[in-house]
Write a protein that binds this ligand. Structure first.
Ligand code: CA
Length: 268
């Protein structure tokens, strides 16, 4: 189901006003759900359609290294990549994915490269790892349907969270790969690899980097193969390859995949 831009405006107003007494009539009259008055810090309210899609809370940003470090500090959790002793890293010299010994969420490119910055999206986590973090945080992974609902601003847009144009007015609104992948990244968006969260403006519903930067695990899987569905694309996506930052796209991956361009964003 798609809604009009006018309806989107009403929905966003309902989110801003919350359940304030004066907003009740307008929001209920629009047939939309009211936002809760106690939206947790770091989350945004994704308003539903008042019918098949209930509203839900979603992380405004991809989960950061700092947030995951707090989880590990408290629980002594060991990730699957740490158990295996290696994880997948994209190598621009060999133009492909390599198993790198010692690549973990702390050192996503391997122990000989820089440590992950606290404000970067956390990566190199398996489905087991992200579910463990989600349980600790009192959240859960979004379904693919919820994820698309949020990315499309409630079905308003068909391709990108900010509108119908990939690069409106020549301005890049997400982190991906410009140029022929994997040979040449022209870095027109300013980031040759992963970017800190909130490096680009938020979408109208308050979500940052829902398209681009890192792929995001979902709770959904392809029924026939049980492969996990990931959404949103990454800094490695280009129009010459996967165009994953177009939210219609999806990729499939095995549940134990740790990769340096795959992270998470949770809902409640
Ligand atoms: Ca980029």
């Amino acid at each position: 189901m798609r809604i009009t831009k006018q309806e989107l405006g009403i929905r966003l107003l309902c989110v801003v006003l919350g359940a304030a007494a004066g907003a009740m009539t307008a929001c209920e009259g629009a047939g939309k759900e009211l936002a809760p008055t106690d939206i947790p810090e770091g989350m945004v309210w994704i308003i539903g359609d008042g019918e098949a899609q209930p509203g839900f809370l979603m992380d405004a940003t991809e989960v950061t290294t700092a947030a995951f470090a707090a989880f590990v500090e408290e629980t002594d959790y060991v990730t699957e990549a740490e158990d295996f002793g290696w994880s997948g890293v994209f190598n621009t010299d060999s133009l492909g994915w390599l198993p790198i010994n010692g690549a973990t969420w702390k050192y996503p490119l391997g122990p000989d490269s820089s440590a992950a910055a606290p404000n970067h999206p956390v990566t190199q986590l398996s489905l087991r790892d992200v579910k463990a973090y989600a349980k600790w945080a009192g959240k859960r992974l979004p379904t693919e349907k919820e994820w698309v609902w949020a990315a499309s601003q409630g079905g308003v847009y068909a391709n990108f969270p900010w509108g119908e144009e990939m690069v409106p007015n020549g301005k890049y609104l997400g982190n991906w790969w410009q140029g022929p992948f994997p040979y040449e990244d022209n870095v027109l968006d300013g980031f040759p690899g992963i970017a800190p969260v909130k490096s680009f403006p938020p979408a109208s519903n308050g979500l940052y980097d829902i398209s681009g930067n890192v792929w995001e695990w979902t709770a959904s899987q392809k029924p026939a193969t049980k492969e996990a569905i990931i959404k949103g694309g990454s800094f490695l996506c280009s129009t010459s390859y996967c165009t994953g930052f177009d939210f219609r796209q999806r990729q499939l991956t095995s549940a134990d995949s740790g990769l340096n361009h795959l992270g998470m964003r949770l809902v409640r």
